[in-house]
Ligand binder design. Sequence first.
Ligand code: FUB
Length: 456
Amino acid sequence: MIPSLSHGGNPLISTVLSADPSGHVWPGDDRMWIYASHDQPGTNTHDTMTSYHVFSSADLVNWTDYGVVLHLKDVKWAASHMWAIDAVRWKGTYYLVFCAQEKGTGIFRTGLATSQLPQGPFTDIGFVKGVDWGQDPALFVDDDGQPYLFWGCGGDCFGGRLADDLMSVVAGTTVRLTDQLTYVYEGPWVHKYRGRYYLSYPGLPGGHWPEHMYYATAEKPLGPYTFKGEYIGAFKGQAGTNHGSILEYKGRWYALYHSAWVSGGQGQSRNLMMDELHYNADGSIQPIRPTMTGIAPDGPQRGPFRCTLLLEAENGEAACGSLLGTSVATERPGYSGSGYVRGFAHPNDAVTVMAQAAKSAPYRLKIRYVAPAGDQHNKLLVNYTMIDDPGTSDPDRYDKSVKFPKTDQWTELDTGIVSLKEGDNTIKLYAGTGGIEVDYFKLEPVLPADLQAQPR
Ligand code: FUB
């Protein structure tokens, strides 16, 4: 039986369908960051993948999903197949390292996109030269500062040294690792443990699906690697694929991977999973058996995990939203975020954000704003349906609006419970009488126990 979704540690993220997780901890930041690809609900093919999501957590229980951080429409050279990804912080800039099929040729390229923030949104800067068929990239930076790129698909796996600008593989350094990695199919990931290099990957035992997770070790990043064995076997409710990463966080080691539990244990719409990873004294990895408990040893006592959607108003089209007649600013005294939206003057001026959901579900919608000029009555639409002020008693009132009380302090207004549908959701805030400034939209999942009011 496939475990129910409401309690415990797995699925790690059940609010949005995502796959191919790459976990990181960035210098000077106490959060775990996960970079993941996105599956459209209801699909049984990966041909429809068009975007990426970023998640973070400081306690591995409460997570933030930053929405779409890069979309196919904003990658000039790409035609389709936004598949597995990784990320790196390099010389103070965050890079998304992703793959997509190239316009015109259909060849998988390894793309790079940058941001000054770990959560993006990211801007396409082109693809890495010297990599043909660069599906499933993983970027590993060794302790001496040398960056390496690993990639692989269709039963092949390669690695090579990257140039200092990350834009090309240094000529003559590419190594074909395939023959050292028993059953390898795709998705390499390299980490270092006690001075030794571990290359983990999804493979097909005897050429048969579904994928299992294996690893090999080496004394140097580009091998030669010695095959060590399986660390995640086939399990109930997995997708045909598996794909993951291994990282240390606050002194413990974790394996990230994916399953198809949220979509019902079938098909190819996947969700993130996480388990603690243990090494034996000889450095071998103890096999993981995916369970609903995951990293929550107390199960329901620690769960259910929560993932809040945080959609920055200023991200606009880069996050599949829009700014209509409004503009981005940062200069309000006391403001320390990445930007807010102002300039709501004409009745058609608006800000839109896009929220992706795995299933239709109730969420509490909060909006962070200031309105120094006085109370504002703004039109708020969720999926083109007007939301009324939570304090309004007449549900049939034609002129629906939400009241934002006067304040010159950044304030989170709780606009009540809204219903998101499976897939893409549009949240739009139109100008009121002027003066409001909007920082972000926050959607907190509402659990049955918390449900005080009916969803709108
Ligand atoms: O998510 C699309 C593809 O499925 C990835 O690139 C592969 O590794 C497999 O997980």
